[in-house]
Design a protein around this ligand. Structure first.
Ligand code: PYR
Length: 367
Protein backbone atom coordinates (compact mmCIF):
# COMPACT_ATOMS: atom_id res chain seq x y z
CA UNK A 1 0.00 0.00 0.00
CA UNK A 2 1.39 3.38 -0.97
CA UNK A 3 1.32 5.44 2.22
CA UNK A 4 0.92 8.82 0.55
CA UNK A 5 -1.96 7.61 -1.61
CA UNK A 6 -3.58 5.94 1.36
CA UNK A 7 -3.47 9.17 3.36
CA UNK A 8 -4.72 11.45 0.61
CA UNK A 9 -7.45 9.06 -0.54
CA UNK A 10 -8.42 7.84 2.92
CA UNK A 11 -8.16 10.76 5.33
CA UNK A 12 -8.86 13.49 2.83
CA UNK A 13 -11.69 11.61 1.12
CA UNK A 14 -13.88 12.60 4.10
CA UNK A 15 -13.55 16.25 3.05
CA UNK A 16 -14.47 15.47 -0.53
CA UNK A 17 -17.59 13.56 0.52
CA UNK A 18 -18.65 16.18 3.02
CA UNK A 19 -18.35 18.85 0.36
CA UNK A 20 -20.22 16.66 -2.13
CA UNK A 21 -17.35 17.24 -4.49
CA UNK A 22 -16.09 14.93 -7.20
CA UNK A 23 -12.63 16.54 -7.41
CA UNK A 24 -9.63 14.25 -7.42
CA UNK A 25 -7.77 13.83 -4.14
CA UNK A 26 -4.65 15.90 -4.97
CA UNK A 27 -6.74 18.99 -5.82
CA UNK A 28 -8.70 18.63 -2.59
CA UNK A 29 -5.49 18.32 -0.61
CA UNK A 30 -4.56 21.78 -1.89
CA UNK A 31 -7.77 23.19 -0.43
CA UNK A 32 -6.73 22.29 3.10
CA UNK A 33 -5.29 25.30 4.88
CA UNK A 34 -1.70 25.71 5.96
CA UNK A 35 -1.74 26.06 9.74
CA UNK A 36 1.04 27.06 12.12
CA UNK A 37 0.18 26.69 15.78
CA UNK A 38 2.24 27.27 18.91
CA UNK A 39 2.14 24.83 21.82
CA UNK A 40 3.15 25.58 25.38
CA UNK A 41 4.32 22.53 27.29
CA UNK A 42 3.87 22.17 31.04
CA UNK A 43 7.32 20.57 31.22
CA UNK A 44 11.01 21.44 30.79
CA UNK A 45 12.65 20.09 27.64
CA UNK A 46 15.31 18.15 29.59
CA UNK A 47 12.52 15.67 30.45
CA UNK A 48 12.54 14.04 27.05
CA UNK A 49 9.73 11.57 27.72
CA UNK A 50 6.98 13.80 29.09
CA UNK A 51 8.02 16.93 27.19
CA UNK A 52 8.68 14.67 24.19
CA UNK A 53 5.00 13.72 24.05
CA UNK A 54 4.22 17.05 22.42
CA UNK A 55 7.09 16.61 19.97
CA UNK A 56 5.82 13.14 18.98
CA UNK A 57 2.35 14.57 18.47
CA UNK A 58 3.56 17.54 16.38
CA UNK A 59 5.81 15.37 14.19
CA UNK A 60 3.05 12.81 13.61
CA UNK A 61 0.55 15.53 12.76
CA UNK A 62 2.93 17.14 10.31
CA UNK A 63 3.56 13.82 8.57
CA UNK A 64 -0.14 12.93 8.34
CA UNK A 65 -0.98 16.33 6.83
CA UNK A 66 2.04 16.36 4.52
CA UNK A 67 3.49 19.34 6.39
CA UNK A 68 0.39 21.51 6.13
CA UNK A 69 -0.56 21.50 9.80
CA UNK A 70 2.48 22.28 11.92
CA UNK A 71 2.75 22.84 15.65
CA UNK A 72 5.85 24.39 17.20
CA UNK A 73 6.56 23.12 20.70
CA UNK A 74 7.85 25.47 23.43
CA UNK A 75 8.99 24.27 26.85
CA UNK A 76 7.33 25.53 30.04
CA UNK A 77 8.16 29.17 30.69
CA UNK A 78 9.26 30.04 27.14
CA UNK A 79 5.93 31.64 26.24
CA UNK A 80 4.08 31.43 29.55
CA UNK A 81 4.87 29.75 32.88
CA UNK A 82 3.36 26.26 33.26
CA UNK A 83 0.58 27.29 35.66
CA UNK A 84 -0.68 29.84 33.10
CA UNK A 85 -0.91 27.40 30.19
CA UNK A 86 -4.66 26.94 30.37
CA UNK A 87 -5.38 30.69 30.50
CA UNK A 88 -3.01 31.18 27.56
CA UNK A 89 -4.98 28.66 25.49
CA UNK A 90 -8.28 30.20 26.54
CA UNK A 91 -7.00 33.65 25.48
CA UNK A 92 -5.62 32.16 22.22
CA UNK A 93 -2.12 33.43 23.09
CA UNK A 94 -1.20 29.89 22.07
CA UNK A 95 -3.56 27.53 20.29
CA UNK A 96 -2.64 24.45 22.31
CA UNK A 97 -0.98 23.28 25.54
CA UNK A 98 0.38 19.92 26.67
CA UNK A 99 0.02 19.61 30.41
CA UNK A 100 -1.80 17.94 33.30
CA UNK A 101 -5.39 18.85 34.17
CA UNK A 102 -4.59 18.59 37.88
CA UNK A 103 -2.25 21.61 37.70
CA UNK A 104 -5.41 23.75 37.52
CA UNK A 105 -7.30 22.49 40.56
CA UNK A 106 -7.00 26.01 42.05
CA UNK A 107 -9.75 26.93 39.58
CA UNK A 108 -11.88 23.83 40.26
CA UNK A 109 -10.92 20.33 41.55
CA UNK A 110 -12.80 18.87 38.56
CA UNK A 111 -9.74 19.69 36.43
CA UNK A 112 -7.98 16.79 38.15
CA UNK A 113 -10.51 14.11 37.32
CA UNK A 114 -9.47 13.83 33.66
CA UNK A 115 -5.79 13.46 34.57
CA UNK A 116 -5.72 11.42 37.78
CA UNK A 117 -7.00 11.65 41.32
CA UNK A 118 -5.92 9.79 44.48
CA UNK A 119 -6.90 6.11 44.47
CA UNK A 120 -8.08 6.55 40.89
CA UNK A 121 -7.59 4.30 37.93
CA UNK A 122 -4.50 2.69 36.44
CA UNK A 123 -3.24 3.56 32.96
CA UNK A 124 -5.35 0.93 31.17
CA UNK A 125 -8.47 1.99 33.04
CA UNK A 126 -7.79 5.68 32.35
CA UNK A 127 -7.74 5.01 28.61
CA UNK A 128 -10.85 2.85 28.87
CA UNK A 129 -12.74 5.54 30.75
CA UNK A 130 -11.53 8.46 28.66
CA UNK A 131 -11.86 6.89 25.19
CA UNK A 132 -14.78 4.52 25.57
CA UNK A 133 -16.33 5.02 29.02
CA UNK A 134 -17.73 8.50 28.41
CA UNK A 135 -14.97 10.11 30.49
CA UNK A 136 -13.44 12.47 27.98
CA UNK A 137 -16.88 13.66 26.80
CA UNK A 138 -17.82 14.50 30.39
CA UNK A 139 -14.44 16.16 30.93
CA UNK A 140 -14.95 18.25 27.80
CA UNK A 141 -18.42 19.38 28.91
CA UNK A 142 -16.68 20.77 31.97
CA UNK A 143 -13.72 22.22 30.01
CA UNK A 144 -16.07 24.05 27.62
CA UNK A 145 -16.61 26.69 30.33
CA UNK A 146 -12.86 27.40 30.13
CA UNK A 147 -12.84 27.65 26.34
CA UNK A 148 -10.71 24.56 25.76
CA UNK A 149 -11.06 21.04 24.36
CA UNK A 150 -9.09 18.27 26.10
CA UNK A 151 -7.54 15.36 24.18
CA UNK A 152 -5.60 12.61 26.04
CA UNK A 153 -1.97 12.75 24.98
CA UNK A 154 0.40 11.04 27.39
CA UNK A 155 0.57 8.51 30.20
CA UNK A 156 3.07 7.67 32.90
CA UNK A 157 1.55 4.56 34.48
CA UNK A 158 1.54 4.24 38.27
CA UNK A 159 4.00 6.70 39.76
CA UNK A 160 6.41 6.51 42.66
CA UNK A 161 5.43 7.99 46.03
CA UNK A 162 8.42 10.26 46.19
CA UNK A 163 11.67 11.10 47.88
CA UNK A 164 11.96 11.79 51.59
CA UNK A 165 15.02 13.00 53.47
CA UNK A 166 14.03 10.97 56.52
CA UNK A 167 12.47 7.56 56.70
CA UNK A 168 8.67 7.42 57.03
CA UNK A 169 7.97 4.44 59.26
CA UNK A 170 4.36 5.35 60.01
CA UNK A 171 1.78 8.10 59.73
CA UNK A 172 3.34 9.93 62.69
CA UNK A 173 6.51 10.57 60.67
CA UNK A 174 4.56 12.57 58.09
CA UNK A 175 3.61 15.30 60.55
CA UNK A 176 4.94 18.68 59.42
CA UNK A 177 6.82 17.27 56.41
CA UNK A 178 6.97 19.91 53.67
CA UNK A 179 6.35 18.07 50.43
CA UNK A 180 6.08 18.97 46.77
CA UNK A 181 3.08 17.04 45.52
CA UNK A 182 0.85 17.52 42.48
CA UNK A 183 -2.89 17.92 42.23
CA UNK A 184 -5.57 17.41 44.86
CA UNK A 185 -3.30 14.87 46.57
CA UNK A 186 -1.92 17.90 48.40
CA UNK A 187 -5.30 18.35 50.08
CA UNK A 188 -5.32 14.67 51.11
CA UNK A 189 -1.75 14.91 52.42
CA UNK A 190 -2.71 18.06 54.38
CA UNK A 191 -5.38 16.02 56.18
CA UNK A 192 -2.55 13.62 57.13
CA UNK A 193 -0.37 16.39 58.60
CA UNK A 194 1.85 17.11 55.58
CA UNK A 195 2.49 20.69 54.44
CA UNK A 196 1.93 20.40 50.66
CA UNK A 197 3.50 22.60 48.00
CA UNK A 198 2.70 22.78 44.29
CA UNK A 199 5.90 23.40 42.31
CA UNK A 200 6.57 22.98 38.57
CA UNK A 201 8.93 20.12 37.67
CA UNK A 202 11.94 22.36 37.03
CA UNK A 203 11.68 24.04 40.44
CA UNK A 204 11.68 20.91 42.63
CA UNK A 205 15.41 20.15 42.88
CA UNK A 206 16.43 23.69 43.92
CA UNK A 207 13.70 23.69 46.60
CA UNK A 208 14.94 20.34 47.95
CA UNK A 209 18.53 21.54 47.88
CA UNK A 210 17.71 24.79 49.69
CA UNK A 211 15.69 22.90 52.30
CA UNK A 212 12.47 24.73 51.45
CA UNK A 213 10.91 21.27 51.17
CA UNK A 214 11.72 17.96 52.90
CA UNK A 215 10.20 15.63 50.32
CA UNK A 216 9.11 15.62 46.70
CA UNK A 217 7.37 13.46 44.19
CA UNK A 218 7.55 13.83 40.45
CA UNK A 219 6.92 10.77 38.26
CA UNK A 220 9.10 7.71 38.53
CA UNK A 221 12.65 6.34 38.34
CA UNK A 222 13.66 7.63 34.89
CA UNK A 223 12.65 11.28 35.32
CA UNK A 224 13.43 11.33 39.03
CA UNK A 225 17.00 10.15 38.43
CA UNK A 226 17.51 12.85 35.80
CA UNK A 227 16.21 15.46 38.23
CA UNK A 228 18.71 14.27 40.86
CA UNK A 229 16.41 14.01 43.89
CA UNK A 230 18.29 10.92 45.19
CA UNK A 231 21.32 13.10 45.95
CA UNK A 232 19.37 14.90 48.68
CA UNK A 233 16.50 12.66 49.78
CA UNK A 234 17.55 8.98 49.54
CA UNK A 235 14.34 7.30 50.81
CA UNK A 236 12.27 6.42 47.74
CA UNK A 237 8.69 5.36 48.48
CA UNK A 238 6.17 3.43 46.40
CA UNK A 239 3.51 3.72 45.16
CA UNK A 240 2.04 7.20 44.67
CA UNK A 241 -1.48 6.47 45.94
CA UNK A 242 -2.41 9.72 44.21
CA UNK A 243 -1.19 8.82 40.71
CA UNK A 244 -2.18 5.29 39.76
CA UNK A 245 -2.21 6.30 36.09
CA UNK A 246 -1.63 9.91 35.09
CA UNK A 247 -3.07 11.02 31.74
CA UNK A 248 -1.42 14.11 30.26
CA UNK A 249 -3.79 16.13 28.05
CA UNK A 250 -3.52 18.37 25.05
CA UNK A 251 -5.75 21.38 25.72
CA UNK A 252 -6.80 23.08 22.49
CA UNK A 253 -8.47 26.47 22.14
CA UNK A 254 -12.12 25.48 21.57
CA UNK A 255 -12.83 27.94 18.76
CA UNK A 256 -9.62 26.92 16.97
CA UNK A 257 -10.47 23.24 17.33
CA UNK A 258 -14.00 23.68 16.08
CA UNK A 259 -12.80 25.68 13.05
CA UNK A 260 -10.50 22.85 11.91
CA UNK A 261 -11.46 20.94 8.76
CA UNK A 262 -12.70 17.46 9.69
CA UNK A 263 -9.58 15.86 8.23
CA UNK A 264 -7.37 17.96 10.54
CA UNK A 265 -9.49 17.10 13.57
CA UNK A 266 -9.00 13.40 12.77
CA UNK A 267 -5.28 13.96 12.15
CA UNK A 268 -4.88 15.86 15.44
CA UNK A 269 -6.83 13.24 17.44
CA UNK A 270 -4.74 10.47 15.85
CA UNK A 271 -1.45 12.26 16.58
CA UNK A 272 -2.52 12.77 20.22
CA UNK A 273 -3.30 9.03 20.50
CA UNK A 274 0.18 8.27 19.13
CA UNK A 275 1.70 10.49 21.83
CA UNK A 276 -0.39 8.80 24.51
CA UNK A 277 0.69 5.25 23.62
CA UNK A 278 4.28 6.22 22.94
CA UNK A 279 4.84 7.99 26.26
CA UNK A 280 3.61 5.03 28.30
CA UNK A 281 5.78 2.59 26.33
CA UNK A 282 8.83 4.81 26.75
CA UNK A 283 8.34 5.14 30.50
CA UNK A 284 7.82 1.40 30.86
CA UNK A 285 11.17 0.75 29.16
CA UNK A 286 13.15 3.55 30.80
CA UNK A 287 11.82 3.05 34.33
CA UNK A 288 12.77 -0.63 34.26
CA UNK A 289 16.41 0.34 33.77
CA UNK A 290 16.42 3.42 35.97
CA UNK A 291 15.06 1.68 39.08
CA UNK A 292 18.07 -0.67 38.96
CA UNK A 293 20.51 2.19 38.47
CA UNK A 294 19.04 4.09 41.39
CA UNK A 295 19.23 1.10 43.73
CA UNK A 296 22.85 0.66 42.58
CA UNK A 297 23.49 4.26 43.66
CA UNK A 298 22.34 3.45 47.20
CA UNK A 299 18.74 4.63 47.03
CA UNK A 300 16.55 3.04 49.73
CA UNK A 301 13.44 1.64 48.08
CA UNK A 302 10.62 1.53 50.63
CA UNK A 303 6.90 0.68 50.59
CA UNK A 304 4.52 3.41 51.73
CA UNK A 305 3.53 2.31 55.28
CA UNK A 306 0.12 0.62 55.46
CA UNK A 307 -1.25 3.10 58.03
CA UNK A 308 -0.38 5.96 55.67
CA UNK A 309 -2.25 4.28 52.80
CA UNK A 310 -5.27 3.48 55.01
CA UNK A 311 -5.47 7.02 56.41
CA UNK A 312 -5.05 8.47 52.93
CA UNK A 313 -7.79 6.24 51.51
CA UNK A 314 -10.24 7.40 54.17
CA UNK A 315 -9.25 11.08 53.82
CA UNK A 316 -9.50 10.88 50.03
CA UNK A 317 -13.09 9.70 49.87
CA UNK A 318 -14.09 12.18 52.59
CA UNK A 319 -12.57 14.92 50.43
CA UNK A 320 -14.53 13.70 47.39
CA UNK A 321 -17.77 13.94 49.42
CA UNK A 322 -16.85 17.52 50.37
CA UNK A 323 -16.22 18.31 46.69
CA UNK A 324 -19.66 16.87 45.76
CA UNK A 325 -21.27 19.36 48.16
CA UNK A 326 -19.19 22.35 47.07
CA UNK A 327 -18.42 21.96 43.37
CA UNK A 328 -21.33 21.39 40.91
CA UNK A 329 -19.01 20.26 38.07
CA UNK A 330 -17.42 17.64 40.33
CA UNK A 331 -20.87 16.48 41.49
CA UNK A 332 -21.80 15.93 37.85
CA UNK A 333 -18.78 13.84 36.79
CA UNK A 334 -17.70 12.10 39.97
CA UNK A 335 -20.58 9.56 40.37
CA UNK A 336 -20.04 8.33 36.79
CA UNK A 337 -16.25 8.20 37.34
CA UNK A 338 -16.67 6.32 40.65
CA UNK A 339 -19.04 3.71 39.19
CA UNK A 340 -16.68 3.13 36.25
CA UNK A 341 -13.65 2.91 38.56
CA UNK A 342 -15.33 0.46 40.96
CA UNK A 343 -16.64 -1.83 38.22
CA UNK A 344 -13.34 -1.69 36.37
CA UNK A 345 -11.37 -2.75 39.46
CA UNK A 346 -13.80 -5.66 39.93
CA UNK A 347 -13.09 -6.85 36.39
CA UNK A 348 -9.32 -6.22 36.55
CA UNK A 349 -9.12 -8.33 39.72
CA UNK A 350 -10.38 -11.37 37.83
CA UNK A 351 -7.88 -11.77 34.99
CA UNK A 352 -5.23 -9.02 35.02
CA UNK A 353 -4.53 -9.03 38.74
CA UNK A 354 -4.50 -12.83 39.12
CA UNK A 355 -2.26 -13.17 36.07
CA UNK A 356 0.18 -10.50 37.30
CA UNK A 357 0.21 -11.67 40.90
CA UNK A 358 0.95 -15.31 39.96
CA UNK A 359 3.93 -14.19 37.91
CA UNK A 360 5.24 -11.86 40.61
CA UNK A 361 4.91 -14.59 43.23
CA UNK A 362 6.70 -17.13 41.04
CA UNK A 363 9.50 -14.65 40.39
CA UNK A 364 9.78 -13.79 44.08
CA UNK A 365 10.02 -17.53 44.84
CA UNK A 366 13.04 -17.66 42.55
CA UNK A 367 11.34 -19.70 39.80
C1 PYR B 1 3.73 15.78 38.46
O1 PYR B 1 3.67 17.00 38.25
O2 PYR B 1 3.85 15.32 39.62
C2 PYR B 1 3.63 14.82 37.38
O3 PYR B 1 3.45 13.64 37.64
C3 PYR B 1 3.75 15.27 36.00
Amino acid sequence: LNRRNFLSKGVLAGVATAAGSTLAAPAIAEELPTLRWRLTSGFPNNLDTIYGGAVVMAETLSKITQGKFQIQVFQAGEIVPGPQALDAVNANTVEIAHTCGYYFTGKDPTFAIGSTIPFGMNARQQNAWLYHGGGNELYNEFLADYGVVGIPGGATGAQMGGWFRSEIKSLADLQGVKMRIAGIAGQVMAKLGVVPQQLPGGDIYPALERGTIDAAEWIGPYDDERLGFYQIAPNYYYPAYWEGGLTVHFFVNKAQYEALPEAYKVALDTACKAANVNMQAMYDVKNTTAIRTLVGKGVKLRPMPRDVLDAAYKATFELYSEFEDKHPAWAKIYPQWKKFRDESFQWFRVAEYSYDSYNYAAQAAGK
